[in-house]
Design a protein around this ligand. Structure first.
Ligand code: SF4
Ligand code: SF3
Length: 544
């Protein structure tokens, strides 16, 4: 049948997956995801003229729909089909009022889906990225859409905690309506920049939502060993799911462990009150095929990254929220104001053996902006004394490619006077190396999940203030970012919009950047690809 997807760093030959995703996504699933995007564009175009008057649920639905198409979030075609049909129904419910806009309705605004689900996929070839013939327009459109997907994930997490920002929700309508109508290169460049600004706003919203709900993260030691009780391993980014699960597992004899992107949950005061919140098990997302096996207990995926599920744990893994995988039990959404019902996973966990030990020891994290500010005096003194000579922001994602060993090599090769600021699952490339501390300040400061890259930007801006620097780029800060999926695209656009320049991005530059668009970004923002650890560490030492 064929497909085309080039949204992530592992895309085939850094140009596009065309037969089956490197991530395991089938061509049929990929095409349905393209069609979901088309349905969301239809809803966005129809609602755009009245976006600021629409109930928040329409914008939140767009966020959910976009979130479902993020790399490694949802492989379940039945769920994608249901979202397509709901998107079209919401579009028709909103209805564009006559005279609301002079523009001719694009196809997505009038498309009537066939009644049979099996006929849906064939439409995809007409609406996928390759339908845009000009490669620069396609590239810029991709940048907007992929950035928007990342924003959508963060907006959805905030919405789950009861926080929405009308400006962010309106932007989903504005941006997708623009994509539906088609724009010139210049207009798309402006839209890309605006997407970065909205990404900042959304991460700030989520930061506020998380801290309002669960407190301000602080320095925390997290156990990486195991206990003797049966356990549930929770992964992904959704803190409210964790909160409900911790509450419902209390006193059941089942411990709760985090995996991958859920590790930073340990830094929040609200979760420290649970004695059965045992620690973190294993590493980043792509190790799950082996680590879920040896965990022995039940597993809960709240968001991406889920990878093709192995038989060894197929019967003890559950998805919830926007995550999905065919044949895997899915835990339904909570009712308004209620809690999710984790009864089934808890009952299963009780019958399963305790986890097999992978390692012992502790890792330290919790350096979100408030905690770093609390340490500001110490940090400033270390900088003034020449004990800290450089901060290297190494936030982002992890991934399977061998070339990502680069990030471990950089961490090892940096001078002992360099402090690494991190967030996201990229941290697993160096957070267990034992890189030591500088006057009690750990050399790896983990701010949290990928969305907490916002915290790193706030920290950098705070340092600018403290050192009375004219430009944030005059500070001794270098950026060496690992990217993989579309949240990292949102984070990158956010950093560019905040004025950070000369960012290194690896292990490859995005395959969706056409030569012209790539050159534009390189020339305008000084973006560069990673080379070798030795070369890049030497360049960063002299501020390049
Ligand atoms: Fe390929 Fe990445 Fe798309 Fe998966 S998400 S199909 S690996 S480009
Ligand atoms: Fe990771 Fe999937 Fe990007 Fe949230 S868990 S950073 S890849």
């Amino acid at each position: 049948m064929g497909m085309f997807c080039y949204q992530c760093q592992e895309t085939a030959k850094n140009s596009g997956c065309t037969i089956r995703g490197v991530c395991g996504k089938l061509d049929t699933t990929s095409n349905l995801q393209d069609l979901l995007l088309y349905a969301l564009e239809g809803l966005a175009w129809t609602g755009a003229p009245i976006a600021d008057k629409l109930e928040a649920r329409y914008g939140v639905f767009i966020a959910k729909g976009l979130f479902a198409t993020i790399t490694n979030a949802n492989f379940d075609e039945a769920r994608i089909v249901a979202l397509i049909r709901e998107g079209v129904a919401l579009r028709d419910e909103v209805g564009r009022k006559p005279g609301a806009a002079k523009a001719k309705a694009p196809g997505c605004a009038t498309w009537v889906p066939p009644s049979s689900d099996s006929d849906l996929g064939s439409k995809a070839a007409e609406v996928g990225y390759l339908a845009i013939k000009d490669e620069d327009i396609r590239s810029l459109t991709g940048l907007v859409i992929f950035g928007l997907k990342g924003i959508a994930a963060y907006a959805e997490h905030a919405a789950v905690l009861g926080k929405t920002d009308p400006a962010v929700l309106s932007f989903f309508f504005e941006a997708l309506a623009a994509v539906a109508e088609g724009r010139s290169k210049d207009e798309l460049v402006a839209l890309v920049l605006k997407t970065g600004g909205v990404a900042v706003q959304t991460m700030a919203l989520l930061d506020a939502a998380n801290t309002a709900a669960y407190g301000v993260p602080g320095i925390t030691k997290v156990d990486i060993g195991v206990r003797k009780n049966p356990g549930i391993l929770i992964s992904g980014h959704d803190l409210r799911d964790l909160s409900d699960l911790l509450e419902q597992t209390a006193g059941t004899g089942v411990d709760v462990y985090t995996h991958s992107e859920m590790l930073p949950a340990h830094y929040y005061p609200a979760f420290k009150n649970y004695p059965h919140f045992a620690g973190n098990y294993g590493g980043s997302w792509w190790h799950q095929d082996k680590e879920f096996d040896s965990f022995n207990g039940a597993i809960l995926m709240t968001t991406n990254c889920i990878v093709p599920v192995k038989d060894g744990y197929k019967n003890r893994i559950f998805t919830t929220g926007m995550a999905g995988y065919p044949g895997v039990a899915h835990i339904a959404d909570r009712q308004e104001g209620g809690k999710k019902d984790f009864h089934a996973i808890i009952e299963l966990a009780k019958k399963l053996p305790a986890p097999t030990e992978l390692e012992t020891g502790e890792i330290v994290g919790g350096f979100a902006h408030a905690q770093v500010e609390a340490l500001a005096d110490k940090i400033v003194a270390a900088v003034k004394a020449g004990k800290i000579t450089r901060f290297v922001v190494m936030a982002g994602c992890d991934g399977r490619m061998k070339s990502r060993e680069y990030f471990t090599d950089v961490a090892k090769a940096l001078p002992k006077s360099a402090v690494i600021l991190t967030a996201g699952c990229a941290k697993y490339r160096y957070n267990k190396l034992g890189l030591g501390d500088i006057d009690g300040i750990p050399r790896v400061l983990d701010a949290g999940q990928c969305n907490d890259s916002y915290s790193l930007a706030v920290t950098a801006l705070k340092l600018k203030e403290i050192f009375a620097a004219k430009d944030v780029n005059d500070l001794p800060i270098s950026f060496d970012i690992a990217w993989y999926e579309q949240k990292a695209v949102a984070v990158l656009l956010a950093l560019l919009s905040l004025g950070f320049r000369n960012i290194r991005l690896g292990p490859t530059l995005p395959g969706f950047l056409s030569p012209n668009v790539g050159k534009l970004i390189i020339d305008t923002f000084g973006l560069k690809g990673t080379t070798t650890a030795e070369e890049d560490v030497a360049a960063m030492a002299v501020g390049q």
